[in-house]
Design a protein around this ligand. Structure first.
Ligand code: AMP
Ligand code: MG
Length: 417
């Protein structure tokens, strides 16, 4: 009976209770994309490192009052980007964008606001210029010692540009959880060039998990496909452990069928089964266990959408905790059309978050929610969660949505619904 099934929130709490942040490691900045910063980024240099010009023009000095339009200044020198220390004595310096301001100067007038005169070479101001104008002050972007990025930041190109600008060579990041994937099913064919014999299907969960796991911050260390027998599974499990897997994910063979042998295999491994079967759709027979050596095991039912949802809502939160990230929060978006479901199961629906004709976000439940249907998953850009108790949701109801992967936000298609 459905009401006897474990509440998915309780299941998640049980999973997270088994997970702890992994140790950290240093990686070169060039290897740091998508890694999780393990300690705050602190500036060891100021940015900009010196006062410099925001314009091509002339650098000048003056008092508190602006230098007046019409005033003329002898040209003393030229300073381009890359030129070093210079001491200004008197007059103006022709200066290029990004060039270090010669010491003693405090303002820059853009070249288009000047007129150049000769004999002797001098510049005439066509507008007034005040102290500090068009000067980028040392440390005005980042002060020395400032914290620029918090721990837990998932490093994206915009973070790498900041760290590179500050002269950071390497960063300390969370170690990626080592994950192995075992696909079960004697019907599975791995080689895309092999024709299907009657009764066979192609293994799509293996490539899905291999692609998804690195996007979730994990390091896939082993993957293989085994038939429906305990000894082949146990041998594969041994190889996964030998590869250093901290988490093992299997697909298939956790339901009620005659060949659903995973619980039996786990018993042989001395595993503690923490739960089996949840009040969710798709993927109800999800199983979570812990091996005597601490390895965590997720048995996902084999249907491709059950695998995708199981990974997204139960495995990825575990990975998140191992990466030292806080629990994820989902956003809430109005439903585009009425939706009705059975009570007592939480639904994870293939959905599209789109823009309505006013440019506002709206969530649409896609057709084809059956757990074997992969095509609608490929058209989804979000998961839509419908709580256990909900039955009838009228259009406009705020519903929880989240991106297909937890480290990356929803990718909008930019189309109107
Ligand atoms: P199971 O959970 O083993 O009963 O499998 C449920 C359904 O998922 C069956 O239709 C399987 O053929 C299918 N399935 C199992 N594993 C895979 C896989 N790796 N790729 C695609 N479909 C699969
Ligand atoms: Mg099977």
């Amino acid at each position: 009976m459905n009401h006897a099934l474990l509440d998915p929130d309780h299941a998640l709490a049980q999973i997270l209770a088994q997970c702890a942040p992994l140790p950290t490691e240093a990686v070169a900045l060039a290897e740091a994309l998508d890694r999780v910063l393990a300690e705050p980024g602190v500036a060891r240099e100021a940015l900009p490192p010196f006062d410099n010009s925001a314009m091509d023009g002339y650098a000048l000095r003056g008092g508190d009052a602006p230098l007046a339009a019409g005033s003329e200044h002898l040209i003393e020198g030229e300073q381009a980007a890359g030129d070093g220390l210079r001491q200004a004595q008197h007059g103006a310096w022709e200066i290029m964008t990004g060039a270090r301001l010669p010491d003693g100067l405090d303002r820059v007038i853009p070249v288009e606001s000047t007129e150049r005169l000769e004999s002797p070479p001098r510049v005439r101001l066509l507008s007034e210029v005040s102290a500090g104008q068009n000067v980028r002050r040392a440390g005005s972007d980042v002060a020395l010692g400032e914290t620029v990025l918090p721990a837990g930041c998932v490093l994206q190109p915009q973070h790498l540009t900041l760290l590179a600008a500050l002269g950071v060579a390497s960063v300390r990041v969370a170690t990626r959880p080592r994950v192995a994937v075992l696909c079960t099913g004697r019907e599975l064919v791995d080689d895309a060039r092999s024709p299907l014999a009657p009764g066979q299907i192609r293994n799509s969960n293996g490539p899905f998990l291999a692609a998804r796991l690195p996007l979730a911050g994990a390091l896939p260390v082993h993957g293989e496909t085994v038939g429906d027998d305990v000894s082949a599974f146990l041998a594969a499990f041994e190889r996964a452990r030998a590869a250093g897997a901290q988490v093992v994910i299997s697909s298939g063979a956790v339901s009620m069928g005659r060949y659903d042998f995973v619980p039996q295999a786990l018993a042989r491994l001395g595993a503690e089964i923490l739960f089996h079967k949840l009040a969710i759709r798709p993927g109800k027979p999800l199983l979570f266990a812990r091996l005597p050596d601490g390895t965590l095991f997720f048995g996902l039912p084999g249907n491709p959408v059950a695998v995708a949802a199981g990974l997204r809502f139960f495995v990825e939160p575990a990975l998140r905790t191992m990466l030292g990230l806080p629990r994820e929060t989902h956003c809430r978006v109005p439903l585009l059309a009425d939706y009705a479901k059975k009570p007592r199961l939480r639904f994870h629906l293939k959905a599209q978050v789109t823009l309505d004709d006013q440019g506002r976000l709206a969530a649409r439940v896609l057709d084809g929610q059956e757990s074997y249907r992969i095509a609608p998953l490929a058209h989804a850009n979000a998961w839509l969660l419908v709580p256990l108790a909900a039955q009838h949701l009228p259009a406009g109801t705020l519903v929880e949505v989240c991106g297909l992967g937890h480290l990356h936000p929803i990718q909008l298609r930019g189309e109107c619904a």
